[in-house]
Structure formats: C-alpha cells, structure tokens
Design a protein around this ligand. Sequence first.
Ligand code: CMX
Length: 437
Amino acid sequence: MDSLKLKFKEKATLVAAEVKKLNKDFGEVKVDDVKVNQIIGGMRDIKSMIWETSELDAIEGIRFRGYNIPDLHKLLPKVSGGTEPLPEGLFWLMLTGEIPTQDEVNWLCDEWERRSELPNQVLKTIDSLSIDTHPMTQFSIGIMAMQSDSIFAKKYHDGLNKADYWDATYEDAMNVCARIPKLAAYIYRRTYHNGNQIPPDNSLDWAGNFAHQLGFEGEDFKELMRLYLTIHADHEGGNASAHTTHLVGSTLSDAYLSLAAGMNALAGPLHGLANQEVVGWITEMTDTLGTLTPTKDQIANYVKETLAAGKVVPGYGHAVLRRPDPRFMAQKEFAEKFIKNAPMVQIVWDVFEVVPPILESLGKVKNPWPNVDAHSGALLVHYGLKEFNFYTVLFGVSRTLGVLAAQCWSRALGLPLERPKSLSSNWLMKFVEENNK
Ligand code: CMX
C-alpha cells in the first residue's frame, strides 16, 4: 500500500468509528431549523452534509483542513526557488489533514506522472466532437470516456465488500487526478492550436507540466498555475459542483461518473463559467467604449447598463461569502507582484472599486464583493491564454482535486445515498396557513 493511501486509511478508519458512534449516541440532537425562505431560496445555509476537506466561513473565506489561503502559501511545499504552493500538497492535506513534507509531495507528483497516460479511446472520443464544442462539454465527455477504466465500477461489479469501497475510490481518484491535466491540455491544443499537441515534460511538477502541455513555458505562468490550481480546488460541500459530485457519488456511481456530473454543474454561468463571463463582459465593455483604459465613471455607467438589461455582473456576489473572496485577493496579490501594469488587471481593480457600492445600492444583493472568478481571467489574458471559453476547464482541473479527495472520505465514512425531502408549493402554503392561525 502506498504511503498516502496508508496514511489516509489510518486517519479515515479512526474518524469513521467516531462518526458512527456520534450518529448512534447523538443521532436525535437537533442541529438546524429550516425556514420557508431557505426552502424556496435554494437551501442556503441548511446544515445537511458531511464534508471533511474544507470549510467555508462567510467572513473569513475558505479553510482547507483549518488552513486559510495565506497559511497554504506559507506552509505547502513549493518548487525549488518558487513562491507558490504546489496543488499536490493540497491534495495530500485534504486527504490526510496533514501538511506534507517536500518528499511526500515529490512522491505524489511522481505517482501522478506514473498514472497519467490517457487511453487512446479518450482521445478518439474527443476528436470525434466538432471543434466548436464548448471546452467544458469536451471536458465532461472526456471524463466520461475514461469511465471504462474505473476500478471501483469493475470491482463493484465483481462483488466488492462495502469495507473496501474507499480503497477502489482512492485508486480511481488518483488516476483521475493524474490524467486530468493531460485531458484538459489535449482539449486546449486541439481546439485552439490545430491539434498540435505538446508531450509532457516529466521533470516538472503537476501544475508546471500542465502549463507546459498547454504551451506556456514562462516560469511566472507556471507559478500562476500552481496558485490557481491550489485555490480553486475546494469550497466546502454545498457549492454546485461539489454537491453534484457528492450527490451522484452517493448512488455509488464511480469517481468518473460523479466528477463528470460535477463538471456539468461547474459549467453554469452562475458557478464556474463566471470566469469566462467576466472576461467576455470586460471585452464587450472596452469594445463598446472604444478604449482599453475606461475611466471609473465609464465603468460605473456600463455596470448600470448591465443591470438595467436584467443581467448579473459576473464575478460579483456569492451564496455564502459576505466579504471579498480571499481567492480573489490571492490572485490580486499575485498580479501586484508580477504584472501590476497589465491593462486588464487595471480594469479588474477599477471594477473592484466601482461595482460594490452599485450592487449595495440595489438593496437586495447580499454580497456586493468580488468572488474568485472576478480576477482569474485578467491574469490568464496577460500571459497569453486569451481563449476565455477554456477558463472554466482550468477551474475544473483544480476542482477535481477537492471533490475526489472528498469522495474518498465519503466512501471511508460509509455515507449513505443522499435523499432530502422535497415539498410542493401547495404543501408549503397549507403548512404556513395551518401553523400561523
Ligand atoms: N449582479 C447582479 N445581481 C446580483 C448579483 C450580481 N453579481 N449577485 C446577486 N444578485 C442579485 C440576484 O440575482 C438576486 O436578484 P433577484 O432577487 O432579482 O433574483 C439578488 O441579488 C439576491 O441574490 P443573493 O442572495 O445576493 O445571491 P445568491 O446567493 O442568490 O446568488 C450568485 C449567488 C453567485 C449566483 C450571484 O451573486 C450571482 O449571480 N453572481 C454573478 C455570477 C457569478 O459571479 N457567479 C460565480 C460565483 C462563484 C463561483 O461559484 O464560481
């Protein structure tokens, strides 16, 4: 058994016993009350799921196993001479709760490289799609095309003992994480570079090698990818991509089936597609105004026009956060360090000054601040990755780490089929009427 799997097994066995006892001894303890506006309003804040890999606080933002983004920046291993955290380290942390050593991260990087070969049939499936198929659709189909390799599905079919679900899921998760950058890079090169594919450079780390296979050799871009693929990985369990993966996984669909479903949720404009929408919106604004250096007044007018047209301002607002997203701030710090004079970065920073008071003045937006998607595009455009339809795939590569680490935990804890209760509006109206006489 490899060292990460062994460590995960030790931790998870302990926690699984504790959770079982918790459920037995305190199963009837009430944790939450549910209000009508939560039932109508998209189940906001209802505490209803176990998710071990990260927790989100409305004010402070995300913590992975208790560590916030500045902590990760400080504590996770980096490449020699680098400043950005390695996503391999975050995956280790999410699975085990421990910050890995440099040796442990090097091992994981080698292990993923060993598992990274993409089956030919996956490439053929992608190649059969029309070139203008959205990259997220290609990505989801590519993940589905790998499903025939699922170790969990095969072992389940052969009669897998419940106690071993976690083991086969760990193997699937490791294989998917190993292959996912290659799949994404294949889609990028096929869609935007005439299918001119770049072989991996296995002397590089997971994110660095991804940047290389996309066709970007600058060290700054590789550092950006290390940061990007770390901070987008997980945002507790209730967000749409994580929750979809969890829900589908709860039927014992394997990691491939559930991840593809999660990626389809990520592809929605209110979720991960917002990073593409932000750059589209800024580009439309600069085209309409005929300038790459709009004034704050011009931006404010454009924001008001967007709202008047019944559209959302992409990259702003959040279902949980009530302050600027620390993932936005981490990308802002990166831009301040490396590319503070880039024109689109300047626009993003001006938008950051202009949008919150306008959204606040509407009196209905609960969080007027930027989310993770408000900044990423400006950084990518600066480094030459300008095909913004591809941006959500980058998000998806990172999100894979979080949702699959979480799926290993769900299997280890033996979490059951998810099945919340739904109500008709008629039932709800009658209930309120009878209970408010
Ligand atoms: N621009 C305009 N209106 C906004 C808004 C925005 N950025 N954010 C919220 N609102 C509106 C909502 O549409 C809603 O309006 P109605 O009552 O007329 O339907 C009202 O404000 C209240 O919404 P809320 O409770 O503040 O926000 P929700 O929890 O319902 O939705 C989110 C959260 C992210 C979907 C929403 O803020 C939004 O649409 N933002 C823009 C899209 C975006 O950036 N999504 C990415 C989120 C991060 C990610 O998942 O990647």
